[in-house]
Design a binder for this molecule. Structure first.
Ligand SMILES: [Zn+2]
Length: 175
């Protein structure tokens, strides 16, 4: 039975030693497998492998994967590969691409896409629209037009009471 303290210690050891932040790639796993005989001794062996104590240091084909950081052996003809497997290669390339894109965006940023609301000159004393299409497209959300019935009703009231918002007609005193 492990105590909490022991378990914590083991977890910390595991995290500090084995975990490099990424899963080992195919090539790295293949490389590590040849050193491991049983499941029980896997962790200390992996630890020693990561410390660079097990593998043949004179073999210049054994290197660290540029993506997953684990040791692996390059069996390619010219010994020019940088990553242990295709997945690591793709992941590394996509990171490179993203960095290039970010750098490019920083140097010449894309112009902001023009929006309909840009046609509304709201900061003047009398706000105005530069474009009728934009005005109708956006304006209807804020100024919903009356129905024919309502307009008729307003007109009729205006006819009775006169223009403006008055309920009672203007009384003119005759002197
Ligand atoms: Zn890798």
């Amino acid at each position: 039975m492990q105590t909490v303290e022991e378990r914590k210690e083991i977890t910390e050891y595991w995290e500090s030693s084995i975990d490099l932040g990424r899963e080992p790639g195919e090539g790295a796993i293949q490389f590590a497998k040849q050193f491991i005989q049983s499941q029980a001794d896997a962790i200390p062996i992996l630890q020693r492998l990561l410390d660079g104590e097990i593998h043949d240091a004179t073999d210049n084909r054994i290197k660290r994967c540029a993506y997953c950081q684990y040791y692996w052996r390059d069996d390619s003809l010219r010994n020019t590969k940088k990553t242990c497997c295709d997945d690591c290669h793709t992941a590394k390339k996509s990171i490179q691409k993203r960095q290039q894109r970010e750098r490019q965006d920083l140097i010449n940023p894309k112009p902001r896409k023009r929006k309909l609301i840009d046609d509304y000159i709201w900061w003047l004393e009398y706000p105005l629209w530069l474009d009728e299409y934009s005005m109708l497209k956006i304006g209807w959300k804020f100024e919903v037009p009356h129905t024919m019935k309502t307009i008729n009703s307003i007109e009729a009231k205006n006819h009775i009471y006169g223009d403006g918002n008055r309920k009672t007609s203007i009384k003119k005193a005759e002197y």
